[in-house]
Design a binder for this molecule. Structure first.
Ligand SMILES: Cc1cc2nc3c(=O)[nH]c(=O)nc-3n(C[C@H](O)[C@H](O)[C@H](O)COP(=O)(O)OP(=O)(O)OC[C@H]3O[C@@H](n4cnc5c(N)ncnc54)[C@H](O)[C@@H]3O)c2cc1C
Length: 366
């Protein structure tokens, strides 16, 4: 481990420990964007870890951030994977100079506009099209749910291009949000992950130059494939963090003295349930560690860990709510918030059933 990397990890860990305790509540209530925390973590060079392929360290930190403030984890993993990594892996030198340098500083937030209302992530049916002109591209279409869109200066947009044989090819296009014809709508009101802004975005004949096709090549399918794998691992790390944050609340509450005598944790049934939950969490975390260390390019294992960790986070947060009873159900105790936040995990980065299709594929071939 280089000294610089060690320093980044230590600075961010210190920030998480000292600055992120009990800050989430007002953001959960107002749904305001936590800009100062986003910028602080970017200033501490969280994104540089991804720029230097230090994924293991990045995922661990996303997990720790998400344990305390899940939506902050979502904002940062979106910028890291869809913004920084896309340009680092596929950007031309000119694109890296124009977009990546500022993305790493947080002065160019980048959203990823892929999913469509009617077609989900099934890009072969996308309604969003890019038409080639002598000078560049004209993008027309609509994207359903774009994280960070309302705070982004740039969007990476998945659009189909009809080639000379009449077939469609997928391109990822760098579109600036102040370009004529781009309309980023007001962020949705969501069940959880308050503070993460997610908007619908419309593209009405948006003209962009030739140089704004990512990598200047129509390789959107393989580019998206590579990015979605890292996104799934980041969401898995976030799942582990959310489950851990929720369990910490369970331990705190069940160990506290209650009005009428004993502590909940002194009941054997509570102990058994907590033992099961912590085992589930640690088993999932070990699997994630193994995939990150040894199978970083294995799509099936990545889907397995995403499937398992997202479900684990939902199960643990719901169990913690049940264990803590009426206390957990109340808004001011921040136990129910973990349940609401966790519900996003089996949806974004590809739904659970999508992961299962990837997992089962080899057995279908023969
Ligand atoms: C808060 C939030 C943030 C998001 N951020 C972004 C973003 O930044 N950029 C972006 O592009 N997208 C984003 N998304 C979209 C997200 O990636 C999709 O919601 C996700 O991929 C699921 O797609 P879908 O919503 O179209 O659901 P669908 O894929 O239509 O799934 C709906 C249901 O059908 C099931 N299903 C789907 N396919 C099959 C199948 N073949 N067989 C059986 N069952 C199936 C699913 O499991 C699910 O239960 C975001 C979504 C949310 C909610």
């Amino acid at each position: 481990m280089t000294i610089e990397k060690q320093q980044i990890i230590s600075d961010i860990n210190q920030f998480i420990t000292e600055e992120l305790d009990d800050v989430v509540k007002p953001f959960d209530e107002s749904d305001a964007y936590p800009g100062e925390y986003v910028q602080k973590l970017i200033d501490l060079k969280l994104l540089d870890l991804v720029d230097n392929n230090e994924f293991e360290a990045f995922f661990k930190l996303i997990s720790r951030i998400s344990a305390k403030f899940p939506a902050l984890g979502s904002i940062l993993l979106t910028q890291a994977v869809y913004g920084v990594l896309s340009l680092k892996m596929f950007g031309t030198q000119e694109q890296q100079e124009r977009y990546l340098v500022e993305a790493l500083k947080g002065s160019n937030m980048i959203g990823y506009a892929f999913t469509e209302e009617t077609h989900g992530s099934r890009y072969w049916n996308f309604d969003t099209k890019a038409e080639e002109t002598p000078d560049g591209w004209v993008i027309t279409g609509r994207k359903a749910t774009v994280s960070n869109a309302s705070v982004s200066s740039t969007l990476i947009v998945g659009a189909l291009v009809e080639n000379t044989t009449g077939d469609d090819e997928l391109g990822l296009f760098l579109v600036e949000t102040d370009a004529k014809g781009v309309l980023v709508e007001e962020p949705f009101e969501k069940m959880g992950m308050h503070g993460l802004p997610v908007s619908q975005v419309r593209f009405d004949k948006v003209f962009i130059s030739r140089q704004q096709l990512l990598g200047e090549t129509l390789s959107g399918i393989s580019q998206h494939d590579a990015l979605i794998d890292k996104m799934r691992l980041a969401i898995s790390a976030q799942s582990v963090g959310i489950a851990r944050g929720s369990l910490e609340k369970a331990f705190k509450f069940t160990r506290s003295k209650r009005k009428f005598g004993g502590r909940l944790i002194d009941l054997e049934l509570t102990q058994y349930r907590l033992a099961e939950l912590i085992t589930l969490l640690e088993a999932t975390e070990s699997f994630l560690d193994d995939v990150v260390k040894n199978h970083l390019d294995d799509k099936r294992k990545i889907s397995m860990v995403k499937l398992m960790s997202a479900q684990m986070a939902v199960d643990i947060t719901e169990s913690v709510l049940q264990l803590t009873g009426g206390h957990g159900y109340m808004r001011n105790n921040e136990i129910e918030r973990y349940v609401r936040d966790a519900k996003l995990l089996p949806i974004y980065g590809g739904s659970q059933d999508t992961q299962k299709i990837t997992i089962i594929e080899p057995w279908l071939a023969n």
